[in-house]
Design a protein around this ligand. Structure first.
Ligand code: AGP
Length: 608
C-alpha cells in the first residue's frame, strides 16, 4: 500500500509528481506529500487527506524544482495526519518516501534516539531517513549511504531518497514492495506502478528484489542486492493511456463494471477456438498438467472467492481434488502437500503481500508447478511463477474488484477445461463448454441492461444496517462476493451464507430490518434454495432475489424478484456476480460514500 513517485528532469517536476500520485491514489489515500529540490534546498509540502488537498497546497505555494519525490499514504504505523505523512526528513536537506513496513523499526529508533536523533512522526519509515543521514555524516555519498542503510532493514520497502546536496540524482530501492523505473528523454522517473507514469513515458524497467537504482536525468544505474552493477531489461507498455482514465463514467467502479464484456472478450480471445487450443494455454509446460493430482489455490479477498468457485468446477468437471485457502492463513499454517500438487495463486495486482509470501514458501518437492492467474503481467507474482494465465482485464483502479473477478473466473474456467482434457473428459463435453464460454460477453451485456432496475432496488437498502446474502453451490461464493462488495463500499454490514446453513443459526437474525439477497439461477439446487427462501419469508424477512426467468419465482409481498437472462450452467457464477456488483455500487452512491476509495482500504495490499 502507499504509492511512490519520483522524477528528475530539466523542467519543473511538480506536475509529474502530482499527476502520478493521483494515479496511485488507489494504493492509499489518507495523506500525501512531496519533497521538491531547488536551489534553495528541499521544499516539503504535506497534507492530510487526498492528493487534491496536496495539489492545491503545492499550487498555492508555487513549489517547483527539477528533482522530487512524492507519496500517497495508507497508514500502518501512526494515524493518518500531516505529521505522519511522507516524505520524512532528516535535518533540512534529506528527504525520503517509503512504501512497506520496517519490522525492526523499534530497535533502530531506540538506537537512533540514543545517538541524538529527534523523531517527528510515529511512523516506522522515519528511521530510514535518519540512518541514511547518519551514513552520509560518516562519509558515505548518497548512493553508498542508502546501500548501507538497507542492509540493516528487516521487512518490506520501496524507497525514494533525495538530498539537497546531490541535485543530479535520486536513489530508489525495491525490496518486497513494487517499484518501476520510467525512462524519458532527458528525464527519468520512478513509481510504485507504471500507471502513474503513463502520461510521461511508456518505457519501463521493473526493478528486481534488492535492487538499488541511481536515477539521473540522462542515465539510470542499477545495483543488485550485493552491490554489483546490473543490466535490467527495458519493457514497452502495450496498453493505452485511456485504459486508466474514468472517461464519461462517474466512478472507476462503474466504468469497470461496464467494461466487463470487453474485458472478458480479451481474456478469452485467441485461446478458445477449439479444444486443441487448450493445450496452447501452457505451451512451455503442457505436459505438467498431466502430472497434477491435486490443486492448492491461494488468494485473498475477491480473488479468494474466484478460487472457491474454481474448486467446485475442478472437482465436478475435471475430477481433480482441490483446496482453497486465504493466503494469510495458509502461509502460517503447517500443511500437508500431497504429491503432484499444482500451486495456483490468484491475484488482480500480483503484488498482494500474503499471496506472494505463500508462493515464495512453496519449497516442497511435491509441488509440480506454480501457476499465477493474474491481471498484471509485470507483477512479482507473474515473474516468480513458472506458469501464468493472464486475465487481461486492463487496469482496475476502483478499490472494489469487479472486472478482475469475472475475468479471473473466465481464466480459471479455461484451466478447468485444460485439466479436464488431460484427465480424459470427452471432447464433446469440453467443446460444449468452450462454445458456451464464447457467449459470456453477450450475456454480461444483457445483465448490464438491468442497471436501471437494480438502481431502483438499491433504494430499499440505503437505510439498512445489515444484509444477508444467500446462495447454494457455486452461488455461495457469489453470495460471499456480493457481501464483500456491499460492505466495502457502502459500509453496510453484510454476511453471506450457504442457504442450507440458514437454519443452523443465522435465521435468528432475520426480521423486517434485515434484507436478504438471494441468487437463484435455474440449476440443480434451485428447489432446495426455494425451500430455504420460504424459511426466510415465514419469519417476516424481506427477500430480494436475482432469479432465472424460468425459476417460477414471482414478486409478492416481502419478495422482490429481478429476472435474469437464461444462462448456461457453466457460466452461472460469472453472470450472476454482475447484478450484485451493480447493487452495491448504487447503494454506495445513494449513501454518499467514496465509492472508488472507500475508507480504511487500499487497492493493492502490499503489506501484511
Ligand atoms: C475486493 O473488492 C478487494 N479489493 C480485495 O478483497 C482484493 O480482492 C484483495 O485485496 C486481493 O487483491 P489481489 O487480487 O490484487 O491479490
Amino acid at each position: 500500500m502507499c504509492g511512490i513517485v519520483g522524477a528528475i528532469a530539466e523542467r519543473n517536476v511538480a506536475g509529474i509528481l502530482l499527476t502520478g500520485l493521483k494515479r496511485l491514489e488507489y494504493r492509499g489515500y489518507d495523506s500525501a506529500g512531496v519533497a521538491i529540490v531547488d536551489k534553495s534546498g528541499v521544499q516539503r509540502v504535506r497534507r492530510a487527506g487526498k492528493v487534491q488537498a496536496l495539489d492545491d497546497a503545492v499550487n498555492d505555494s508555487g513549489t517547483s524544482g527539477t528533482l522530487g519525490i512524492a507519496h500517497t499514504r495508507w497508514a500502518t504505523h501512526g494515524v493518518p495526519s500531516e505529521r505522519n505523512a511522507h516524505p520524512h526528513m532528516s535535518g533540512n536537506g534529506l528527504a525520503l518516501v517509503h512504501n512497506g513496513i520496517i519490522e525492526n523499526y523499534q530497535s533502530l529508533r531506540n538506537r537512533l534516539q540514543g545517538e541524538g536523533y529527534e523523531f517527528h512522526s510515529d511512523t516506522d519509515s522515519e528511521v530510514i531517513v535518519h540512518m541514511v543521514h547518519q551514513a552520509i555524516a560518516a562519509g558515505d555519498d548518497l548512493l553508498a549511504a542508502v546501500q548501507r542503510t538497507v542492509r540493516e532493514l528487516h521487512g518490506a520497502y520501496a524507497l525514494g531518497v533525495v538530498s539537497e546536496t546531490d541535485q543530479d540524482r535520486f536513489i530508489a530501492v525495491r525490496s518486497g514492495s513494487p517499484l518501476v523505473i520510467g525512462l524519458g528523454i532527458g528525464e527519468n522517473y520512478v513509481a510504485s506502478d507504471q500507471l502513474a507514469l503513463l502520461p510521461v513515458t511508456t518505457r519501463f524497467i521493473f526493478l528486481q528484489e534488492g535492487d538499488v537504482a541511481e536515477v539521473r536525468r540522462d542515465s539510470v544505474r542499477i545495483f543488485d542486492r550485493d552491490g554489483t552493477e546490473v543490466e535490467r531489461e527495458i519493457h514497452e507498455f502495450d496498453g493505452t493511456h485511456e485504459d486508466a482514465e474514468k472517461g464519461e463514467y462517474r466512478h472507476y467502479m462503474l466504468k469497470e463494471i461496464f467494461e466487463q464484456p470487453v474485458a472478458l472478450q480479451r481474456t478469452l480471445e485467441g485461446r478458445l477456438g477449439s479444444v486443441a487450443d487448450l493445450d496452447g494455454l501452457f505451451s512451455k509446460n503442457a505436459d505438467l498438467l498431466e502430472r497434477v493430482r491435486f490443486i492448492q489455490i491461494i488468494a485473498c479477498g475477491t480473488s479468494y472467492h474466484a478460487g472457491m468457485i474454481a474448486r467446485y468446477w475442478l472437482e465436478a468437471l475435471a475430477g481433480v481434488p482441490c483446496q482453497v485457502e486465504v493466503a494469510s492463513e495458509f502461509r502460517y499454517r503447517t500443511h500437508v502437500v500431497p504429491e503432484g500438487t499444482l500451486f495456483v495463486t490468484i491475484s488482480q495486482s500480483g503484488e498482494t503481500a500474503d499471496t506472494l509470501a505463500a508462493l515464495r514458501a512453496t519449497n516442497s518437492p511435491n509441488y509440480v508447478g506454480r501457476l499465477a492467474v493474474c491481471n498484471v503481467d509485470s507483477s512479482s507474482l507473474v515473474r516468480e511463477s513458472e506458469l501464468v494465465l493472464l486475465t487481461r482485464a486492463g487496469p482496475e483502479i476502483g478499490v472494489a474488484s469487479t472486472k478482475a473477478f469475472t475475468t479471473q473466473l473466465a481464466a480459471l474456467k479455461m484451466l478447468v477445461l485444460a485439466m479436464a482434457r488431460v484427465r480424459g473428459v470427452d471432447e464433446a463435453t469440453i467443446q460444449a463448454q468452450l462454445d458456451e464460454l464464447r457467449q459470456l460477453p453477450g450475456l454480461i451485456q444483457q445483465v448490464l441492461l438491468l442497471d436501471d432496475e437494480i438502481e431502483k432496488l438499491a433504494e430499499q437498502f440505503v437505510e439498512k444496517n445489515h444484509t444477508l446474502f444467500l446462495g447454494r453451490g457455486t452461488q455461495y461464493p457469489v453470495a460471499m462476493e456480493g457481501a464483500l462488495k456491499l460492505k466495502e463500499i457502502s459500509y453496510i454490514h453484510a454476511e453471506a451464507y450457504p442457504a442450507g446453513e440458514l437454519k443452523h443459526g443465522p435465521l435468528a437474525l432475520v426480521d423486517k430490518e434485515m434484507p436478504v439477497v438471494a441468487v437463484a439461477p435455474n440449476d440443480e439446487l434451485l428447489e432446495k434454495l426455494k425451500s430455504n427462501l420460504q424459511e426466510v419469508r415465514a419469519r417476516g424477512g424481506e427477500l430480494f432475489i436475482f432469479a432465472d426467468g424460468d425459476a417460477a419465482l414471482e414478486n409478492e409481498d416481502g419478495m422482490t424478484v429481478l429476472n435474469m437472462p437464461a444462462v448456461p450452467e457453466c457460466l452461472i457464477p460469472i453472470v450472476y456476480t454482475v447484478p450484485l456488483q451493480l447493487l452495491s455500487y448504487h447503494v454506495a452512491v445513494m449513501r454518499g460514500t467514496d465509492v472508488d476509495q472507500p475508507r480504511n482500504l487500499a487497492k493493492s495490499v502490499t503489506v501484511e
